[in-house]
Design a protein around this ligand. Structure first.
Ligand SMILES: Nc1ncnc2c1ncn2[C@@H]1O[C@H](COP(=O)(O)OP(=O)(O)OP(=O)(O)O)[C@@H](O)[C@H]1O
Ligand code: SF4
Ligand SMILES: [Mg+2]
Length: 334
């Protein structure tokens, strides 16, 4: 049987003043029912664009220029507008990166939830309101709050309301794009715990997009690391982060204090990502990579199967430990 979500060789282009920018370049991954995948990588690597492409919600200058996105066997890239309307929010839904703008400031939150259900599932309004109350309880909000406006909610409560909005049509796959970024530490933890509980409760497949790999380590069974529009490493979260087979993943982990409680220095990944309007034909990470060898600037590395569950886009994925890394800058952790 196929997976619930299969993304195959996805490519997304934006028309820009500098030419075509390929923000997502050949991304493939899959997700079983009830499974969770964390998508991590530094700013601009293509995490949100991947999520928007899955929903077919790209901005006007963006387009999916190749690949497939199949949810429950339906190809959303090839789907007609009518077919897409049936799938979007019902098969696959998103909690946007800037959650606060997902709510209409001049409409009571209960009306926004009920409207979404009436629009997508044509249920009577009274039934939609009852469902909104149910979902509100599931996300830890009192149903009496349905009669309130967004400005009457705290940041953490708004985030919960936005999650309720994404879940109201009972999607099979939930994309959560940086759901905790705008929140204080306590609210961040609560929202992550809520995501885990909702995933279990609804049998959801979850994609959590985050800069924070410790959030992904605590929440997701699998992790995919993106760099410059491509997945560079993927596998079971703990094994992939702690035994990384790609130098970029190693750099990310070394720059995270919470995963390195036993060391007293934090490393930084020097330099910046390539210009995606003219990406290099060789390894995209080579200019920043402490392990780079002559082949790295001559040939693009293939995706290598590290084992049955793990893959890495590095020429030296299988023998990285035999290479001696160049010294990187180290900052004393405070
Ligand atoms: N509408 C757009 N027009 C042109 N380029 C865009 C557009 N949206 C995104 N991009 C570019 O596509 C690339 C990927 O951006 P994206 O927003 O997906 O990154 P991200 O990984 O989500 O970053 P962040 O962690 O900052 O949210 C970047 O180079 C970005 O500048
Ligand atoms: S292919 Fe070479 S440059 Fe690229 S990540 Fe691997 S070692 Fe570094
Ligand atoms: Mg983003």
């Amino acid at each position: 049987m196929g997976k619930l979500l299969e993304v195959t060789d996805l490519k997304v282009d934006f028309a820009t003043a500098k030419g075509t920018l390929r923000a997502v370049d050949g991304v493939s991954f899959s997700l079983d029912k009830g499974e969770s995948l964390g998508l991590v990588g530094e700013s601009g690597c293509g995490k949100s664009t991947t999520a928007y492409a899955l929903m077919r919600l790209l901005s006007d200058n963006g387009r999916v220029s190749g690949g497939k996105v199949e949810v429950d066997g339906k190809d959303l890239v090839a789907a007609s507008d009518v077919e897409l309307r049936k799938s979007r929010w019902q098969d696959i839904a998103i909690v946007f990166q800037n959650a606060m703008t997902a709510l209409n400031p001049v409409m009571k939150i209960g009306d926004q939830l009920a409207d979404a259900l009436v629009l997508h599932q044509q249920v009577p309004r009274s039934q939609a309101m009852a469902r909104a109350a149910e979902i509100f309880e599931k996300v830890g909000l009192a149903p009496s709050r349905l009669m309130h406006y967004p400005h009457e909610f705290s940041g953490g409560m708004k985030q919960r309301a936005v999650m309720a909005l994404a879940l109201i049509c009972s999607p099979k796959v939930l994309l959560a794009d940086e759901p905790t970024t705008a929140l204080d530490v306590v609210a961040q933890r609560q929202v992550l715990e809520l995501l885990v509980a909702l995933k279990k409760d609804f049998g959801l497949s979850l994609i959590l997009i985050s800069h924070d790999i410790s959030a992904v380590a605590e929440t997701c069974e699998r992790v995919a690391v993106m760099y410059a529009g491509q997945i560079v490493e993927e596998g079971p979260t703990r094994r992939t982060l702690l035994g990384a087979r790609h130098p970029y993943t190693r750099g990310l982990v070394a720059s995270m204090p919470s995963l390195h409680a036993d060391i007293d220095t934090l490393e930084s990944i020097e330099g910046g990502p390539p210009d995606l309007t003219h990406p290099p034909a060789a390894c995209r990470f080579a200019p920043r990579c402490p392990y780079a060898q002559p082949i790295c600037t001559a040939e693009a590395p293939p995706m290598v199967e590290v084992d049955a569950e793990r893959r890495s886009r590095c020429h030296f994925a299988l023998d990285l430990d035999q290479l001696k890394p160049r010294e990187r800058s180290a900052n004393v952790a405070s």
